[in-house]
Design a protein around this ligand. Structure first.
Ligand code: SAH
Length: 343
């Protein structure tokens, strides 16, 4: 049975009309799911008993169970959710002065194989459905009794490798009658699937696009990220320029600094050359060492030097605050935990 949270409002209306009901019922259902946040059709008390029964026989409602919740000393919280088919995913809640941000997973496992990322080396199982993406937000909001204001697609998986479901989830998240979180508060991060960047540009969403760049030469980037063998730096940067032309939106480049790998002045110089004149921002991330990983964090001194060089040469760069590293919830530390292994 189809999970009702997989539908955006427009498609839900069609479904509801298909089962012989009035379209406006879809708006009522949306409100129950995303404003009232109920977990069952029985709680939708402005719908007739007959309609509730009809809904029950046509749709399921996916409600995740929390398998594990860990809290960092900095207040970051990591959830392990049971996605109800024997698999589990991780979601991270971060608290900032401007509100709550959530880092959602888009797939169970990841195919991209980035050498520095903990999601690599675990089997790719499948992409998440739109409803499963949205449910991460709902489940955390309910558990903490909060309203989340920012969403980043930076958990497990490559969002642009699950394009349709991610875009559909954005529609649900975005809808004023749904979760009502503005597109400008949603970031989609990609390792650099160039054709999908063009496809995203066509959607003309106001979401922020983040590009995981991490290196300035093809040799280095290919050694860190196999995706670079398919789409090299030149193609990636061209796609970014074209994306900006179409959307007029600033791109955020992620650059994880690893000691003696991509953190010297030559790298900073090449980065300035690559990004000069682009409507962009660079997010410097002190790389998080993963189990058996070959990369270690750059020194604070180097990170600051790197940032200052960029800023002094016309590229806006900031250092990302590290949150949740003590509970393995920092950048790139998420990994799918298999339920069977957990027991
Ligand atoms: N697949 C997408 C989104 C998931 S990763 C992407 O590649 O963008 C989210 C961000 O964390 C990416 O910028 C990724 O490169 C970065 N990241 C992964 N492992 C990391 C690590 N060990 N230390 C710091 N950042 C890491």
């Amino acid at each position: 049975m189809k999970n009702i949270k997989d539908y955006n409002l427009e498609d839900l209306k069609k479904e509801i009309i298909n089962i012989g009901e009035k379209g406006y019922r879809a708006e009522q259902i949306f409100k129950w799911l995303y404003v009232e946040k109920v977990k069952s059709f029985d709680e939708m008390t402005n719908l007739s008993l007959e309609l509730r029964e009809k809904l029950k026989s046509n749709f399921s409602i996916c409600n995740f169970n929390i398998l594990k919740k860990q809290e960092s000393s900095d207040g970051t919280k990591k959830y392990l959710f049971d996605v109800l088919d024997g698999n589990a995913i991780e979601t991270v809640l971060m608290s900032y002065h401007h509100g709550y941000s959530i880092c959602v997973s888009s797939q169970i496992g990841c195919k991209m194989g980035c050498k520095f990322c903990a999601s690599t080396g675990i089997k790719f199982v499948r992409s998440l459905t739109s409803g499963e993406i949205v449910e991460q937000i709902l489940a955390v909001e309910q558990d903490e009794n909060i309203r989340i204001s920012n969403i980043v697609f930076m958990g497990i998986g490559e969002p642009l490798d699950n394009f349709d479901n991610v875009i559909n989830a954005v529609k649900i998240i975005n809808n004023p009658k749904g979760l009502n979180i503005g597109a400008r508060h949603i970031s989609i991060s990609t390792s650099g699937l160039v054709p999908m960047i063009y496809k995203l540009a066509e959607q003309n969403t106001q979401c922020t696009l983040s590009i995981s760049l991490h290196a300035t030469t093809n040799e280095k980037r290919s050694s860190m990220m196999p995706v670079n063998n398919a789409y090299n730096i030149e193609e990636l940067i061209q796609a970014c320029k074209d994306y900006i032309k179409v959307t007029n939106r600033r791109i955020s480049f992620e650059y994880a600094l690893a000691k003696d790998n991509n953190d010297n002045l030559e790298d900073a110089k090449r980065l300035v050359k690559l990004l000069k004149g682009m409507l962009c921002h660079v997010n410097l991330i002190p790389i998080n060492k993963i189990e058996n990983g070959e990369y270690t964090k750059s020194s604070n001194e180097n990170i600051i030097k790197f940032r200052d060089y960029l800023n002094d040469h016309g590229i806006v760069a900031t250092i990302r605050r590290e949150l949740g590293s003590d509970i393995d919830a920092a950048c790139g530390q998420l990994r799918r935990k298999n339920l069977k292994e957990e027991k």
